[in-house]
Design a protein around this ligand. Structure first.
Ligand SMILES: [Zn+2]
Length: 301
């Protein structure tokens, strides 16, 4: 009897224990399942976030230049952290055909570097690298950089839309500067180096000049393609050397043809402002390397 009672008690204890155990066991299982699904949700969420903010997704998504222009602009505008400041001079930045030209400004330092992409509309790699730099700077802490950085990713949006080197008027914007050796050249010449009827005849050239006159950058970097080398004008050798080492492109003082009326001659040779021309490949996957090459110059702390 005692035994039975005891046995009953024991049975009760065991039953209670097993009930409790299965309750806790089930509870643990539920918590485990919830945790796994929460992590899965977070991982999927993070991946799709990273995907939507990866510059590569923008580069891959566009197949023609008008789309490139559009998707880059949407991409910049949709980015989460915006520390773009408005342009503090009176000129409206637009092209001969009335397309808006974007200018991004990062950091508050007085010393300023100006990066220009897409002066030639059929050289998308410079636009892409400018886009990658903008994206990086947007997500970075301003304090991380010693210098103010201005980026104009697409200086020639009409040329990008038309897939031409020149702008909508057939002018090569890198031959339209008021240098001592300015040459009008021939419109519709095969090489497409037409400098325009007179220096600064084109709105896009005047845009760049107005930014430089206003912000007075101590270094101008222009992004071109496809020669895979670093070219420089004026007192820019040390910057050219650093970029050359980081990007693994040789420095070439001569691209093999005579240049008239270029931005490099105007600011570098005739005004002593260092100008580095980065000649990227026409197509590349080395964005990370090129990005680091430019970030080093930006004075990353
Ligand atoms: Zn070019």
């Amino acid at each position: 009897m005692k035994f039975t009672i005891v046995s009953g008690k024991i049975t009760n204890v065991i039953r209670k224990f097993s009930l409790n155990f299965s309750y806790f066991y089930n509870l643990k299982l539920i918590i485990l399942k919830k945790t796994i699904s929460l992590f899965t949700f977070l991982i999927i969420g993070f991946c799709s976030f990273a995907q939507s903010y990866s510059p590569d997704s923008v580069i891959k998504s566009s197949h023609n230049y008008a789309d490139t222009l559009l998707s880059y602009r949407n991409f910049y505008n949709n980015s989460t952290k915006s520390n773009t400041i408005s342009i503090q001079h009176s000129d409206t930045l637009s092209s001969e055909n009335g397309r808006n030209i974007d200018l991004y400004s990062f950091g508050k330092a007085d010393s300023c570097i100006f990066i220009i992409g897409g002066i030639h509309g059929n050289e998308p790699s410079g636009i892409e690298l400018a886009g990658i730099i903008i994206n990086y700077l947007k997500l970075s802490d301003d304090q991380k950089f010693k210098y103010k950085v201005l980026v104009m990713p697409i200086a020639n949006p009409d040329g990008v839309a038309l897939n031409t080197r020149q702008n909508a008027n057939g002018v090569d914007l890198n031959r339209n500067w008021d240098t001592k050796n300015f040459k009008e050249g021939k419109l519709n010449s095969k090489k497409g180096f037409y400098g325009g009827k007179m220096p600064f005849s084109e709105r896009e050239t005047r845009n760049i000049k107005s930014i430089i006159d206003f912000y007075k950058p101590f270094l101008i970097i222009t992004l071109h393609a496809p020669y895979q080398c670093i070219n420089y004008d004026g007192p820019a050798y040390s910057y050219a050397k650093l970029i050359s080492n980081l990007m693994k492109f040789p420095i070439k003082s001569d691209l093999g043809y005579k240049i008239y009326g270029s931005l490099g001659i105007y600011y570098g040779l005739e005004r002593n402002i260092p100008v580095v021309t980065v000649e990227l490949p026409a197509k590349t996957k080395q964005w990370e390397l090129y990005k680091l090459g430019l970030l080093k110059i930006l004075g990353s702390k």
